[in-house]
Design a binder for this molecule. Structure first.
Ligand SMILES: Cc1cc2nc3c(=O)[nH]c(=O)nc-3n(C[C@H](O)[C@H](O)[C@H](O)COP(=O)(O)OP(=O)(O)OC[C@H]3O[C@@H](n4cnc5c(N)ncnc54)[C@H](O)[C@@H]3O)c2cc1C
Length: 198
């Protein structure tokens, strides 16, 4: 992934998904600040001459690399207790593939609707949060299911598989007339969620 982060496109943020050994908290920090993470990342692409990848890697400042070890958390038995309710990553951490922020916003929007409804609040926080959790767990499970393949697709593969993937993507877009429509619609309308607390 490479994204220009200034108007002129001169500064580029880049990132890769890679495998490395597990470390403790200090170990991960050291891996980051010592520049080892960036050196390893550069090493993985040492044989790549294509631009702009080559220039991005050659100009990368090693000590400025950031590492996000990717851990999964299991299902937590409940998201709420008393007047406290978890939402976003605290309730359902996602792999860093593009859905975590959206889900956190959805959670916030729905919880806001519930908490600003006097009728819903009058039913008590326990019932209100239970309603929130039940609705959101179903939504999160649906998204998590589709997030796993999109994580695997970004991993480094052998040159042959890469070559096949490259042409498979090309063929896919050609076949679909350069447009992609999700087979499974994942759009979300918070106004369709019920705020009638049972
Ligand atoms: C490398 C990476 C790439 C990602 N890419 C994407 C992407 O492209 N698209 C996408 O949708 N999602 C992406 N995600 C996931 C996304 O960042 C998270 O799902 C999202 O930020 C979750 O939002 P949140 O508000 O629940 O939690 P957070 O964003 O983690 O916010 C929690 C906040 O609480 C603060 N905090 C913690 N403890 C305390 C405390 N005791 N007191 C006060 N404050 C505290 C933290 O400092 C933090 O600011 C990515 C994640 C990573 C790591």
């Amino acid at each position: 992934m490479a994204v220009p982060i200034d108007k002129e496109g001169q500064t580029v943020a880049w990132g890769i998904t890679a495998d490395t050994k597990e470390r403790d908290r200090e170990g991960w920090k050291e891996y980051e600040v010592s520049g080892q993470a960036a050196r390893e990342a550069k090493g993985l692409f040492a044989d790549v001459d294509s631009e702009p990848i080559r220039s991005v890697l050659d100009n990368a400042i090693e000590s400025e690399a950031r590492v996000w070890p990717h851990h999964s958390i299991g299902d937590i038995p409940t998201w709420h207790k008393g007047r406290i309710c978890l939402l976003g990553d605290a309730a359902h951490a996602m792999p860093p593939n593009g859905q975590g922020t959206a889900l956190a916003f959805e959670d916030a929007a729905y919880l806001t609707r519930l908490l600003t409804s006097t009728e819903a609040v009058n039913k008590g926080y326990d019932r209100l949060f239970t309603q929130f959790e039940t609705a959101r767990r179903a939504r999160v499970a649906d998204i998590v299911k589709s997030a796993k393949p999109s994580s695997t697709i970004k991993s480094r593969v052998s040159p042959w598989i890469w070559y096949l993937k490259k042409w498979a993507f090309w063929a896919f877009f050609w076949w679909h007339g350069r447009e992609v429509r999700m087979g499974h619609d994942q759009s979300y309308d918070v106004m369709k969620e019920s705020i009638e607390v049972l």
